[in-house]
Ligand binder design. Structure first.
Ligand code: SF4
Length: 232
């Protein structure tokens, strides 16, 4: 497993849990508002981290750390992700996966094998031609739909999350996303951060105000009761 980043202890990456966070390089999307540009575009410039060192760290703190968050980049691009998660579970840790939802086949295998305790899946835009502009990838939105349906039928805890960048999403479109996932367990509206963005042109974009965010979240609750704001 190629690992290019590690946060020893985080209280922010898994609501209600104390977690270590593993960053996996590379991504098949090019979201202009991505804040992980180095991990996506120049991962080879980051030092590779030996998984054995991570094992050592988390095992020594097993009483304190609830679980491990695997994020990126896009972790499901790594063919050995299932084996890596199997290993973490064998050590007795909960596992949260962050994914862009572009690999429903691997997601299904991971869910079928009960290897995941929580999934945070990005929804970049309504599932139509807008997805192309928001991800810079020529992906059939039907693929994302498959991952949405897998999660909603999985029985595990999960969240869908949307980074609300004013350059790509109007408030009505945020509502359209909520409309696509009626009855989902959780929908998170994340504030856009104009810092280290993959497209430097977005550094000048002003995020939506707290007021706008609160109104968007309230409207989304008609479709997903547990809609929350993160960073807004
Ligand atoms: S924000 Fe987009 S480009 Fe960045 S890691 Fe996530 S899916 Fe990939």
């Amino acid at each position: 497993m190629d690992i290019r980043g590690f946060i020893e202890t985080s209280f922010l990456d898994w609501d209600g849990k104390i977690a270590s966070v593993i960053f996996v390089p590379g991504c098949n999307f090019r979201c202009p508002f991505c804040n992980n540009a180095v991990l996506v575009l120049k991962a080879e410039s980051l030092p590779s981290i030996d998984p054995a060192l991570i094992d050592d760290f988390i095992l020594k703190r097993k009483d304190f750390i609830d679980g491990v968050v695997i994020t990126g980049g896009e972790p499901t691009l790594q063919a050995d992700l299932p084996a890596f998660i199997r290993h973490l579970k064998s050590l007795g840790f909960l596992v949260k996966l962050d994914t862009n939802g572009s690999n429903p086949a691997m997601l299904k295998d991971l869910l079928d094998e009960k290897l995941l305790d929580y999934v945070a899946m990005d929804l970049k835009a309504p599932l139509n031609e807008k997805y192309l502009a928001a991800t810079g990838a020529s992906l059939d939105p039907g693929t994302i739909r498959q991952s949405v349906d897998l999660l909603m039928g999985s029985g595990i805890d999960y969240e869908f999350r949307t980074t609300v960048c004013p350059a790509f999403l109007k408030s009505e479109e945020v509502l359209d996303i909520a409309r696509e996932i009626p009855g989902a367990k959780k929908f998170v509206l994340q504030q856009f951060v104009p810092k280290d963005t993959l497209d430097p042109g977005l550094l000048k974009v002003r995020p939506y105000s707290k007021d706008d965010f609160v109104k968007m979240a309230a409207a989304c609750r008609d479709f997903v009761k547990d809609t929350i704001i993160r960073g807004g």
